[in-house]
Design a protein around this ligand. Structure first.
Ligand code: SF4
Ligand code: SF4
Length: 373
């Protein structure tokens, strides 16, 4: 795993060095951000989602306490200048996903230039696609004006190819968990997929994923199958610092073999067509398909979950909702129904970034795992 730790460390150093040569950085908080635009502009896209509890107290001086910890952590990092990636960002791109995030972006404008994309709340119909394509166009113009560059179709097609390749390489790595024993379960799975978001050059991320996959296949070639319960985690995004549920799963003798959330599989299968006659439309068609609970309706999430449960031979599903995330909280009902219809144990957890409920979580996860044995 040092391959991915090194990727993050090298990425940050390269960003610091690149600043001296005028390198531009675009920070974003959501997988709806079409990162290909940043790459085509010669800038670096970086994920700014807060995954640690430390800056939440500072955020609560401006934001309500009963708000999603991901939003509070992200905002807290921003106002305390304690995230180097936020400090290095020249432009912040947000989207009108959930209510908490979109109102947070209004406050964030006091710290940095923020561009908010108006995301349709449905994936259905030509109007939604046309609106989203127009918003991608508006972002393209903003980046061009902000950085005094021209984003050509040729550069955009090349960026689409690189991002497609990177997504495929990460998917290939995580797919090794379809076998028994899984090659990269639990926190290591999270560490790999989360760290890949910090590669300054996507080619480094591709290389790291391919190298790690080859290494794991070699090292674990003779590993024997295990009877540890195979768990799938779905729901809100997680990152290093907010991985307490995964640590508990591992401690209790089970393996999280797959994550459906935004740090995991949610976008890994989505590819834009580099040969589309209009590369902006290619991006719009790709990103509007993201099966996030802020979309209404959101049938693609259930389709993806059903397929992952089968392909990863899952024995139980844990659905994680961060406190005050209404869309994932409400969608838990439909996810629970679907999982139970498949005859599998299902557990919905609502929690935050603190460790105050770890003992309760352990008891509930242990009870779930008992049902698989
Ligand atoms: S869960 Fe939805 S809103 Fe949150 S990062 Fe993913 S796509 Fe964006
Ligand atoms: S976890 Fe839910 S409330 Fe938090 S930022 Fe994502 S969609 Fe919004």
């Amino acid at each position: 795993m040092s391959i991915f730790d090194k990727l993050r460390a090298d990425g940050l150093q390269a960003m610091l060095d690149g600043r001296k040569e005028g390198l531009k950085v675009i920070g974003a908080y959501c997988t709806f951000f079409p990162q290909e635009l940043a790459i085509a502009a010669g800038a670096v896209p970086v994920s700014l989602c807060g995954t640690k509890e430390d800056p939440i107290a500072a955020a609560e001086e401006h934001l309500p306490r009963n708000l999603c910890p991901l939003i509070k952590s992200s905002y807290g990092f921003a106002i305390t200048d304690s995230c180097p990636y936020f400090v290095l960002s020249d432009l912040i791109v947000g989207e009108t996903t959930c209510d908490g995030k979109k109102k947070m972006f209004e406050l964030m404008q006091a710290k940095k230039p923020v561009h908010v994309m108006q995301l349709p709340s449905t994936q259905e119909g030509e109007e939604a696609l046309a609106l989203w394509a127009a918003e991608i166009c508006r972002l393209k113009k903003r980046i061009e004006e902000e950085f005094q560059v021209t984003i050509t179709d040729e550069n955009l097609r090349e960026a689409i190819r690189i991002v497609n390749e990177e997504r495929q390489a990460i998917k290939d790595l995580l797919d090794t968990n379809k076998q028994n024993p899984p090659l990269i379960p639990n926190v290591e799975l999270l560490r790999a997929s989360w760290s890949s978001m910090f590669a300054i050059d996507k080619r480094d991320g591709i290389r790291a994923a391919q190298e790690l996959k080859a290494k794991l296949l070699k090292e674990k070639a003779d590993a024997q199958p295990t009877d540890r319960p195979r768990v799938l985690v779905t729901g809100c995004p997680m990152g290093m610092g907010s991985e307490k549920v995964i640590r508990i799963i591992e401690e209790l003798g089970a393996d999280m073999v797959a994550m459906e959330n935004c740090t995991g599989y949610k976008t890994l299968e989505l590819q834009a067509d580099p040969d589309h006659e209009d590369p902006i439309m290619a991006l719009a068609e790709k990103y509007i398909q993201i099966p996030c609970s802020i979309m209404s309706p959101n049938p693609r999430r259930l389709d993806l979950l059903r397929r992952m449960i089968e392909e990863f031979k899952v024995a139980a599903v844990i659905d994680l909702t961060w406190q005050a995330c209404h869309t994932y909280n409400i969608e838990a009902y439909s996810v629970g129904q679907m999982v139970k219809d498949l005859g599998l144990p299902y557990l919905h957890l609502e929690t935050d970034y603190s460790n105050s409920d770890v003992e309760t979580l352990k008891v509930r996860i242990e009870a779930l795992l008992e049902m698989t044995r």
